[in-house]
Design a protein around this ligand. Structure first.
Ligand SMILES: C[S@@+](CC[C@H](N)C(=O)[O-])C[C@H]1O[C@@H](n2cnc3c(N)ncnc32)[C@H](O)[C@@H]1O
Length: 250
């Protein structure tokens, strides 16, 4: 495996953000959990729900499949999949107990069951070859990508699929600058409207900085290929500000 191009970027991302990843984000999501789903709708005028629907429609599942939702947050992906295929066995994992409490209540209110693990996703506490499908939405910017994507590959069954969606860095610099301006305005408006606490306020700038150092759609496809995934497909959405990726464990 030759990941040298990306190993350099990963080191730079870790140098820039590891203190936020390791010490601040847990407090941010502990605060954000109470308004996370409403804030997403507010900040994107409902667009995020539309994107989630489009992403979910790319996820192929069969009855009784074992699904792992990484960085599951408030369980929007697990709930969406179970509504479509109630025989799935869905395991969520997230470091934030607060986000998972909101997600667990949301699932129960619809009569759905999602197993929850509260843990860091850089070491997935599951055996090799144990899931048919793994999903990861809106969180990879906060992670050491090579470590987490390798762990996902380990826990996937051979032939199983990884489905990924996140905000990415647009390949076009003009769009990147416009996008970062929009994100700065959004984080400011959300923090005012939902009275964010100190940790979330301290991290406002991080949310745009993380995009500027992140991957484009094409780079993320290439990285998945370098890690040994097969049949990698990446689809840019909204001028490359978001992308859906699918990859198979060979
Ligand atoms: C923006 S939310 C996305 C939640 C959900 N996937 C969605 O689509 O709404 C990011 C989530 O990633 C989780 N997270 C961030 N870093 C993590 C880590 N190292 N280990 C586990 N969870 C992490 C946060 O706790 C948070 O719930």
């Amino acid at each position: 495996m030759n990941c040298s191009v990306y190993a350099g970027r990963e080191m730079a991302r870790a140098r820039a953000f590891e203190s936020i990843w390791d010490h601040e984000l847990e407090d941010v999501f502990a605060d954000v959990a109470r308004y996370y789903d409403r804030a997403n709708i507010f900040a994107t005028l409902g667009l995020l729900n539309n994107l989630r629907g489009r992403f979910l429609s790319t996820v192929a599942v069969k009855p009784n499949d074992k699904v792992l939702d990484v960085c599951a947050g408030t369980n929007v992906i697990g709930i969406g999949l179970l509504q479509r295929e109630p025989t799935l066995r869905v395991q969520a994992i997230d470091r934030s107990r607060a986000m998972q409490e909101v997600g667990g209540a949301a699932a129960r209110s619809q009569g759905l069951h999602i197993e929850s693990a509260i843990d860091d996703v850089h070491r997935l506490p599951f055996p090799d070859n144990s899931f048919d499908v793994v999903t990861l939405q809106w969180a990879t910017r906060h992670l050491r990508v090579i470590e987490v994507f390798s762990e996902i590959q380990r826990v996937l069954k051979p032939g199983g699929h990884f489905y990924h969606c996140d905000m990415l860095r647009p390949a076009n610099k003009f769009i990147e600058n416009a996008y970062c301006l929009y994100l700065t305005a959004c984080t400011w408006a959300v923090s005012r409207a939902f009275r964010s606490q100190a940790a979330a306020l301290r991290c406002r700038r991080y949310f745009t900085d993380a995009i500027r150092m992140f991957y484009s759609t094409e780079e993320l496809s290439h990285l998945l290929g370098e890690l040994g995934y097969a049949d990698v497909a990446g689809k840019s959405v909204l001028f490359g500000t978001v992308a859906f990726h699918r990859a198979r464990k060979a």
